[in-house]
Structures are given as C-alpha cells and as structure tokens.
Design a binder for this molecule. Structure first.
Ligand SMILES: Cc1ncc(COP(=O)(O)O)c(C=O)c1O
Length: 250
C-alpha cells in the first residue's frame, strides 16, 4: 500500500463547481447511460483508454502542442510517489543509486529509498549560480557513488524543481541528456508541476529536447537511454507515468 499521496485543496472550489455543472459525471453517467459497472468493475491496469487519450491530449495542450504523447506509453497512477517508487523498484536494487540535484524534495528519501534499498547520491548545486546543474557537479556525484561502491542507475530531476520552484534551462536538460547517454544510465524527469508554470517562456520539457534533437527515432538513442516523465494533474488525484523505450540496461 502506498500512503505517500498528498492532495491539493486549492482547486476544490473549481472541482465542486465543475461537478455541479456536470451532474452526469458525479452519477457515473454519460448521456444518461450509466457507466457505473464499467468503472467499478475490473478494468485495464494501465488506466481507462478514453481517459488516457484525453490526458495525452491535455499533456500536449499544456505544452503548447510542441510535443505529442502516445497514450499507449502512459500508465495512470494514484499519485506521483507511486510511479517514482515503481521506477526505483524496476531500475535500481540494493547497491544501486540515483543521482539527484540538491536541494531536493525531502520525500524522495522515503519514496525512493525506504522499500527499494536504492540509494540517493546528491549532485551538489550551489546558490552561487542559482542552483544550476553543472557538468562537474554531475561527474563528481557519479564518481562519489562509485567510491561508495554503488552502481549508478540514473539521474532523477524535478522540473520545475521542488523545493526551488525554478525550471531547468535548455543547457541543463541538454547536459543531462548528454551525460546519461554517455554513461548509459537512465533519466527520470519528474515534471509533476509543469502544469503550474504560467509565465516561464524558458521552460523546456525533456520531451521537447528529445524531439528537437531528433533523438526519439534514432537507434542510438533507444540503445542508450530511457526517459521517464512523471506528471501530476493536480485537479484530479491522478498522476501519469509516461515512458519511452523502457529497456533493461546496466
Ligand atoms: C517533486 C515531487 N514528486 C513527487 C511527489 C509526490 O507526489 P504525490 O503526492 O502525488 O504522490 C511530490 C509531492 O509533493 C513532489 O513534490
């Protein structure tokens, strides 16, 4: 059982008025036809296909349609803790480590490590450059993990960052892509707060970088890296795990 799910009470008024204006939904109906059995009984573990299709569209829409998402690559989860922990179970066992830029969401020490046995090794970022990720800090963290006899399985970033609220620059995302592909490790991009960025023209999602660098189609890319993107759609207590080329490696 996963007890880590937080909730957003800021949008309850919106939810309440939407439900009032759409009574069919509250009664599990569509055009007066009951959907109760369809929803209550056993269904696709990955999420209802119609819901995944709508979410894939919504995820593109909030990225100004610069990228598209294949609903077949989405798994819906109850919260973002759950996919983050699941990814750790899949990608890193005891003796495995993920590198995380500091400062990071303190819940990660619980979510990523407690049950999986994986370790977090910090990528030390400093206020002197606005907590930007540098190549030297990344490499230092990688080497530090090796000194601790840990096998580095990947890098996990939150973009926008919790707790900083800042977004990664294009340079940083490119750097991450270059480093994970050269080291043949994974990149998890936790973009759960992306939908709350309203005035950040500089925001760039990992998907955009992959697309702009034409990396999504190349065999080289599929051979070297896996990208996970975790989104949080705050109004609904639902999170989305989007993956590209989930292969076993390292
Ligand atoms: C960056 C980040 N990832 C994951 C989570 C966990 O999200 P959830 O409450 O949806 O499980 C949080 C929660 O605050 C978070 O800030």
């Amino acid at each position: 059982m996963q007890m880590g799910l937080t909730e957003n009470q800021l949008s309850l008024d919106l939810l309440e008025s939407w439900l009032k204006n759409n009574p069919d939904s509250a009664e599990f109906k569509n055009d007066n036809h009951s959907l109760f059995k369809e929803l209550a009984l056993f269904q696709d573990y990955h999420g209802l296909p119609a819901f995944k299709n709508s979410l894939a569209d919504f995820m593109s829409e909030i990225r100004a349609n610069k990228v598209t998402f294949d609903p077949n690559n989405l798994v819906l989860t109850a919260g973002a803790t759950s996919p983050n922990e699941t990814l750790m179970f899949c990608l890193a066992n005891l003796g495995g480590a993920f590198l995380l830029p500091t400062p990071y969401y303190p819940g990660f020490d619980r979510d990523l490590k407690w049950r999986t046995g994986a370790e977090i090794v910090p990528i030390h970022c400093s206020s002197s450059n606005g907590f930007r990720i540098t190549e030297s800090a990344l490499i230092e963290a990688y080497e530090q993990a090796q000194k601790q006899n840990l096998k580095v399985k990947g890098v996990l970033v939150t973009n926008p960052s919790n707790p900083l609220g800042t977004s990664l620059s294009l340079h940083e995302v490119n750097l991450l892509v270059d480093v994970v592909s050269s080291k043949n490790i994974h990149l998890i991009s936790d973009e759960i707060y992306f939908g709350t960025v309203f005035c950040s023209p500089g925001f760039v999602s990992i998907m955009e970088v992959l697309k702009n660098r034409d990396l999504m189609k190349t065999d080289v890319w599929s051979g070297v890296c896996k990208i996970m993107e975790v989104l949080k759609q705050n109004l609904l207590r639902c999170r989305v795990m989007h993956w590209l080329r989930l292969e076993t490696r390292g």
